[in-house]
Structures are given as C-alpha cells and as structure tokens.
Design a protein around this ligand. Structure first.
Ligand code: AMP
Ligand code: ZN
Length: 115
C-alpha cells in the first residue's frame, strides 16, 4: 500500500525532490520553500513521526542523522561561516510534516530568538 506520508513518498521516489545526499539510512534534499540561501532537509529513511517518537533503538540512527548533516553542511561550504540545525517537533514546535526532519539553514546570519 502506498504511504500517505509526504516524506516517505519522496524517499520512495513517488514525489520528485532535489536530492542532495542518499544512503541506506538517510536522505537529504533541498527544501521546496527555502528560508535561507541554503536550506536542506535531512531525514531518516525509517518513518518516525518526530524526534520525540524516537526510542533507544533509534540512538544510532539519530547520531548518523546529525553526523551526516554536518558532512552535508561542510560539502555545501557552510563549515566556515556556520549554519543552524532546526528540528521542529509537534504543534508548538511548528512541525508541519510529520516525518522526522532536520533543517540545515545556512548562507546568511541567523537571528535569535527564533519566531
Ligand atoms: P516543518 O515545518 O519543520 O515540518 O518543515 C517542513 C518543511 O518541508 C518545510 O520547510 C517545507 O517547505 C518543506 N516541504 C514541504 N513539502 C516539500 C516538498 N515536496 N519538497 C521539499 N520540501 C518540502
Ligand atoms: Zn514518513
């Protein structure tokens, strides 16, 4: 049965995406509505609703997600200037797609506090 999850469908190739990186566990692609000059989403191929839904079995996967994001940020030339990771979680976190994703934002000065 086809998945109803948008990002699972992107991983399956059912919905086109601008792929930045792919391996057995992780997929990364350009955000369709970038809010910074570089805006990449890094997601596990395993469906997890959000980071709070991960459990001890996902420990290695979460580590891989962040390490891979750092490699992608470096490959995008962001290591020197810096960048920001965002993992929106749940309603108050502003999460709109319910498949765990890490935003890499870079290419401009970020402000704090976030909106
Ligand atoms: P969030 O608000 O943290 O759940 O982030 C969801 C992100 O997914 C947003 O930044 C959207 O712009 C992005 N997005 C939604 N649909 C697509 C798509 N088809 N391809 C790439 N990015 C998408
Ligand atoms: Zn999914």
């Amino acid at each position: 049965m086809a998945s109803a999850c948008l990002f699972c469908r992107i991983i399956a190739g059912e919905i086109p995406s601008s792929c930045v990186y792919s391996d057995e566990d992780v997929y990364a692609f350009n955000d369709i509505n970038p809010v910074a000059p570089r805006h990449i989403l890094v997601i596990p191929k395993k469906h997890l609703n959000n980071v709070a839904a991960a459990d001890a079995d996902d420990e290695a996967l979460l580590g891989r997600l962040i390490l891979k994001a750092s490699q992608i940020a470096a490959a995008e030339g962001l290591a020197g200037s810096g960048f920001r990771y965002v993992i929106n979680t749940g309603h108050d976190g502003g999460q709109t797609v319910h498949h765990l994703h890490l935003h890499i934002l870079g290419g401009r000065q970020m402000s704090w506090p976030p909106g």
